[in-house]
Design a protein around this ligand. Structure first.
Ligand SMILES: C[S@@+](CC[C@H](N)C(=O)[O-])C[C@H]1O[C@@H](n2cnc3c(N)ncnc32)[C@H](O)[C@@H]1O
Length: 218
């Protein structure tokens, strides 16, 4: 799968690309390419934004700058999905992540400051995605959230079996994962459920499914 991210701060993705599971599947399952709007801006000194028509504070990402960036990489409008990251978009959940992970190519557009000139959303994008009902300062974290969530679904990204019974998995009927515990068995008087150290895998499985159902119903 190829994921192209257009951003004002390509270097902000350095941390993510070193982290597993993305690092594990980079270059094999996922080809992640980062493009800076400034590098292909048709304007003097790499200008990318301008003040809003009608007045008001802040700067708006220009449509000609984004079009030039897409032209430089694809030689025109790409024939795959181009997703604007915006708090006004369709809200991201695991079903949307799975839908996007099934694509062979994706382009993610992030903005900063006041956001996108509306013509970018109308004419250059196929989708608009929000990572939640709150406003962040830029689309880089939302793009990283989406890339990480997609990376987890790639073959070989996670240790075998570790995503099978995760929150939202079909194994848990789309519900929440059961509580997890590890050593020590007691800390400050806080113990772990006896069933988990019983060695009885049938009972452990039953307990976990019940816990998952209870948490999901809360
Ligand atoms: C400060 S926000 C712009 C908010 C915009 N003026 C508005 O009121 O809808 C700057 C950029 O951060 C990104 N962003 C902020 N919150 C986001 C969210 N919840 N999901 C996806 N992207 C977000 C988008 O790329 C957005 O254009």
């Amino acid at each position: 799968m190829q994921i192209d991210v257009f951003t004002l701060v390509p270097h902000s993705f350095a941390w993510l690309t070193e982290q597993r599971p993305l690092a594990t599947v980079l270059g094999t399952e996922i080809d992640l390419r980062l493009f800076g709007y400034r590098d292909t801006s048709p304007l003097a000194s790499g200008q990318v934004d301008d003040s809003p028509y009608g007045g008001g504070p802040g700067m708006v990402l220009r449509v000609d700058v984004v079009a030039a960036a897409l032209d430089a990489v694809y030689g025109g409008a790409p024939d795959h999905r181009v997703i604007a990251l915006t708090p006004q978009g369709r809200q991201l959940d695991q079903a949307v992540v799975e839908e996007l992970a099934a694509e062979e190519r994706l382009t993610l557009l992030s903005a900063r400051f006041e956001g996108f000139d509306e013509r970018i959303l109308t004419h250059l994008c196929s989708d608009a995605i929000s990572i939640g009902p709150y406003v962040l300062s830029g689309g880089e974290l939302p793009a990283m959230v989406l890339v990480d969530a997609i990376a987890r679904l790639q073959p070989g990204a996670l240790a075998e079996g570790s995503s099978e019974r995760e929150t939202f998995s079909t194994e848990l009927d789309g519900g929440l994962e059961y509580p997890q515990y590890t050593r020590p068995p007691e800390f400050r008087g806080w113990g772990v459920p006896a069933v988990l150290v019983s060695g009885d895998h049938g009972r452990i499985d039953e307990w976990r499914r019940e816990q998952s159902r209870e948490r999901t119903a809360r």
